[in-house]
Design a protein around this ligand. Structure first.
Ligand code: UGA
Length: 468
């Protein structure tokens, strides 16, 4: 097969994306914005119908506008028929879900289905690229499925892990820190270099590795970031007992370029569809390969502990939780998204409700998704409505709008002026001035001498609030 071609500059290529979840849809839009002809396909026909009308099935800053612009440009289309979507593709991105099974192992059934679709409907010479996060070794399974199912189709398999974050997905994808290509043939390398030429021409770094390395690097990056967060949460527990300040400790640590400040924010722990699943999957992969990577289980245990610590603070702050009205500000797993999958805020909500709290939640974006996840949750339209009559406000997600809460108004509507700041969002001096008892995370609490009647006389007392 004549497989060597001269790389062209900003060539228009035919790309198909299987799976239109967060990674898949952003990949569709990005590839189209880079000038390629893109077809997105998904087995969920309702989703395909929405996408054709320019409606993303989830909230992501700037995505709807970009999706509509690309549909209008004529470069981007969606199809519910794999045969139509795959017929002309030179490059196929597999972006299907790889959820965790109950033992932590990634469920790769959708990967196999996607490989089968390419085998049946793809064209000769297609490059099949894994973008979903998969355990090292998956490409071999994809290759085998393609070989067994395709009856002579010539293809290449490659890995191109995605590092985008929800909330900044489009920007991350259009301005990546690095593009990682795991390839094992000159053909795949050449095709993918040409595909990404619009980004590498702008100076974005492209790292080429073998396929297993690229697959593993994605899991390693997520697990390492999760470890940084758990490390900070462990430090938070010590700081509370030692009278130290975990934010300042993180600043000091982070100013060392070998460590870096990012992902050292202590709080309620990590959530979302990626970190919990990827830490578990890497642990499972390691044990399958005969290595006991105990650190990863500890990272995950400490993450659960962060939610327990916050629940214990609420208990300390209001005494008995049973019968108390508690306002939970923030339901999404992080700011900037309506995603509540594996949200630590909802894990805390469940704990508080099972302890007997009358819980009222509020989130700027995630009210509907949170209601779907926890149908019994009361969700208010504003932070102040959630806080009305509350004995305690808990800040569970780091939404910027919580920094600007009108503390005087909050205090006025609450039954007790008590705040548990599980994400260290508020300015402690402002909170103290407003007369609140304040329980931050990994920092000294502020207790008041009178928390029932206003105006409250505030006495800032440094105490170790680490009852957790
Ligand atoms: C994460 C990675 O950051 C992306 O690089 C990766 O592509 C993505 O997973 C994926 O595998 O698809 P994402 O899940 O969108 O992205 O969210 P992050 O911004 O990484 O935040 C994860 C969680 O960590 C959130 O719950 C956040 O609140 C928490 N976090 C983050 C902390 O508790 N402390 C921090 O300092 C930073």
């Amino acid at each position: 097969m004549a497989r060597q071609r001269r790389p062209g500059v900003n060539e228009r290529m035919k790309v198909t994306v299987i799976g239109t979840g967060h990674v898949g849809l952003v990949t569709c839009v990005t590839m189209s914005m880079l000038g390629h002809d893109v077809v997105g396909t998904d087995m969920d026909q309702e989703k395909v119908a929405l996408l054709r009308r320019g409606i993303p099935p989830f909230f992501e800053e700037g995505l709807e506008q970009a999706l509509r612009a690309e549909l209008t440009s004529g470069r981007l289309a969606f199809s519910g028929e794999p045969a139509d979507a795959l017929r002309d593709a030179e490059v196929v991105f597999i972006c299907v879900g790889t959820p965790a099974r109950s033992d932590g192992e990634a469920n790769l059934i959708a990967m196999e289905g996607a490989a089968r679709d390419v085998a049946h409907h793809g064209r000769d010479g297609v490059v099949v690229v894994e973008k979903s996060t998969v355990p090292a070794g998956t490409s071999e399974r994809v290759r085998l499925t393609l070989t067994r199912e395709s009856r002579g189709l010539r293809f290449d398999v490659a890995s191109n892990p995605e590092f985008l974050r929800e909330g900044t997905a489009l920007a991350d994808s259009l301005r990546p820190d690095r593009i990682v290509l795991g390839v094992q043939s000159d053909w795949a390398r050449d095709v993918l270099r040409r595909l990404y030429a619009p980004l590498t021409d702008q100076g974005h770094e492209l790292l080429e590795t073998d396929i297993a390395t690229a697959e593993l690097a994605k899991h390693a990056a997520n697990a390492f970031l999760a470890m940084k967060i758990s490390f900070s949460n462990g430090l938070a527990r010590i700081c509370e007992r030692a009278g130290a300040d975990v934010v300042a400790v993180a600043d000091v640590m982070g100013s060392d370029p070998r460590i870096g400040r990012a992902f050292l924010n202590a709080g309620l722990g990590y959530g979302g569809y990626c970190f919990p699943k990827d830490v578990a999957a890497l642990d499972r992969l390691a044990s399958r390969l005969g290595y006991d990577f105990r650190l990863l289980r500890e990272v995950s245990r400490m993450n659960d502990e962060a939610v327990e610590a916050a629940a214990a603070k609420v208990h300390e702050a209001v005494w008995n939780i049973e019968g108390k009205r508690i306002a939970l500000l923030g339901l999404a797993f992080k700011a900037g998204t309506d995603d509540v999958r594996f949200s630590p805020a909802l894990q805390l909500a469940e704990r508080l409700v099972s302890a007997g709290a009358d819980l009222h939640g509020y989130d700027p974006r995630a009210a509907d998704t949170a209601r779907e996840e926890l149908p019994d949750l009361n969700v208010s339209d504003t932070a102040y409505a959630a806080a009305a009559g509350a004995h305690c406000v808990v800040i569970a997600t780091e939404w910027p709008e919580f920094r600007d809460l009108d503390l005087a108004r909050l205090r006025e509507v609450m039954a007790y002026p008590v705040i548990v700041d599980a994400r260290n969002v508020l300015d402690r001096e402002a909170v103290a001035r407003a007369g609140f008892a304040y329980y931050p995370t990994g920092r000294t609490a502020i207790l008041t001498t009178d928390v029932t009647a206003g105006p409250v006389s505030v006495e800032a007392v440094a105490v170790a609030s680490g009852a957790a």
